[in-house]
Design a binder for this molecule. Structure first.
Ligand SMILES: O=C1O[C@H](COP(=O)(O)O)[C@@H](O)[C@H](O)[C@H]1O
Length: 235
């Protein structure tokens, strides 16, 4: 079971998450002259993005992308790209290069193939990753017991982006989505999982001890994803 690091309040939690990501991007820049950051959508990351956007990094050498996206254009309130542009891609970070997962294609699977190619062109590797987790235990768009989970969690595939259909019986998302797969997380330098609130801590501890074939958090643990779990009680 990975250690859950407890931060005393929302400010120190957001600052600690941003500092870990900054340190990892800085190390990648020092080693290879470029770096790739992938971040979550949802409600959790905004205060972290607000701090990371001000980090003194060589942002023009950094590629920024998403760990997952709804199959909607940026004009939609459901767009993770729009959220990231509002919260991270301003200030110094606005000079980075954003690679979206969404593009308007005939099907979500075609859009996933386009995104997979775009990320492969950037090296097919992520340096720093920020994940959130839903109270149903989903990370990225890997929903416990959903139909595409087997492909998303297959550790033997190459890093890629997959289309995620809507779920049946409450298993899976209500909108089609795109998601990076587990090998992208396995190959990252550091994956920060940012959690807030007592309920999410309980879900994390339950999921981490679960079945790596059907529970994404358990799959991260079983496959050695370099995970830092940072939690605070109040957002
Ligand atoms: O659907 C999503 O939800 C998760 C968790 O969101 P949160 O609002 O509970 O923080 C998020 O990590 C993911 O990127 C997003 O697409």
């Amino acid at each position: 079971m990975p250690e859950v690091e407890t931060l005393p309040d929302a400010d120190s939690w957001a600052a600690a998450c941003a500092a870990r990501l900054t340190e990892t991007l800085s190390a990648a820049l020092a080693e290879s002259g470029k770096a790739v950051f992938a971040g979550a959508g949802g409600s959790t990351p905004s205060p972290i993005y607000a701090r990371l956007s001000q980090a003194p990094l060589d942002w023009p050498r950094i590629v920024v992308t998403l760990v997952d996206e709804r199959y909607v254009p940026e004009s939609s309130p459901e767009s993770n790209a729009a959220l990231m542009k509002r919260t991270l891609l301003n200030g110094p970070a606005a000079t980075s290069r954003f690679v979206p997962l969404y593009s308007p294609q005939v099907t979500v699977d075609r859009a996933a193939a386009v995104a997979a190619h775009a990320l492969a062109t950037e090296g097919g590797h992520l340096d720093a990753v920020l994940l959130g987790m839903g109270e149903d235990g989903h990370i990225c768009s890997m929903f416990p017991e959903s139909p595409t989970l087997k492909s998303l969690l297959s550790p033997k595939l190459n890093p890629t982006v997959l289309g995620v259909p809507t779920g049946r019986d409450g298993r899976g998302p209500t909108l089609e989505r795109l998601s990076i797969n587990l090998p992208y997380l396995m190959g990252a330098r550091r994956v920060v999982l940012a959690l807030t609130g007592a309920a999410k801590r309980d879900v994390f501890e339950r999921e981490a001890a679960g079945d790596p074939n059907t529970q994404p958090i358990a799959a991260l643990v079983a496959n050695g994803v370099p995970l830092d779990v940072l939690w605070t009680e109040k957002a």
